[in-house]
Design a protein around this ligand. Structure first.
Ligand SMILES: Nc1ncnc2c1ncn2[C@@H]1O[C@H](COP(=O)(O)OP(=O)(O)OP(=O)(O)O)[C@@H](O)[C@H]1O
Ligand SMILES: [Mg+2]
Length: 202
């Protein structure tokens, strides 16, 4: 019988955080803010996938390119093992569960989200599908079925005040992670430099 690998064989230097939710709920704004406040590295998966050629043919129905998940995951493995990353993507189930210490799912009221998506120029099926995704809380259910429920947190993302509140609370969570793991006076800049130098996508 094969020996089972431990769930989390590498002790991370800093936590890995997942910020997920339907397109338009405010993931990028929040991640940008947390990254500036903590020095943790913001990994905007849509951009990374494009930069490192992890996109396959264009899906005409969903009006977006298809992601080569295996290539993306292989490219990210090393930096995720080091830790100190904020992963920003509208889906979360295909990432390895062992990568994340906490998962935040942003939620936006339907009318506000509708306006944000229309402002972006979304129309027709793309607009409808994204609205359905939020109405049926697809990403929240996905997160709950892919990660331990106790690490999955739903956050309201309707207003600027909520953005500030969420950013401050996540920064507190990050500080508590360092305290819990007895990492003394962590120099976040050092963490960031180390992580950046590890980015070696295939
Ligand atoms: N808490 C908030 N209050 C008010 N407006 C917000 C809030 N969060 C985001 N927005 C606005 O909503 C729009 C979408 O935000 P953002 O681009 O961060 O969403 P996203 O979740 O990253 O979308 P995508 O999945 O397409 O990348 C932007 O115009 C942003 O300024
Ligand atoms: Mg975004």
């Amino acid at each position: 019988m094969e020996d089972q690998l431990p769930v989390n064989p590498v002790r991370r230097k800093a936590p890995n955080i997942m910020i997920t939710g339907t397109p338009g709920v405010g993931k990028s704004r929040l991640c940008n803010q947390i990254s500036e406040m903590t020095g943790l590295q913001w990994l905007e998966i849509s951009k990374i996938a494009k930069e490192y050629s992890c996109l396959e043919e264009f899906d005409e129905v969903y009006q977006c390119p298809v992601l080569d998940e295996d290539k993306l995951l292989d490219g990210l493995e090393e930096i995720m093992c080091v830790g100190g990353n904020i992963v920003d993507y509208h889906s979360c189930e295909f990432f390895p569960e062992r990568w994340f210490d906490v998962v935040f799912v942003l939620r936006t009221d339907n009318t506000l989200l509708y306006d944000r998506l229309v402002t972006r120029g979304y129309t027709g099926k793309k607009l409808e599908d994204n609205m359905d995704c939020e109405i049926f809380q697809t990403v929240l259910e996905e997160a709950k079925s892919s990660y331990k429920e106790e690490i999955v947190h739903e956050l309201h993302s309707n207003t600027a005040e909520q953005l500030e509140f969420n950013a401050n609370n996540i920064c507190l969570w990050i500080q508590e992670w360092f305290d819990r793991h007895q990492v003394q006076s962590v120099n976040q800049a050092e963490v960031e430099t180390h992580v950046t130098s590890e980015v070696q996508m295939a």
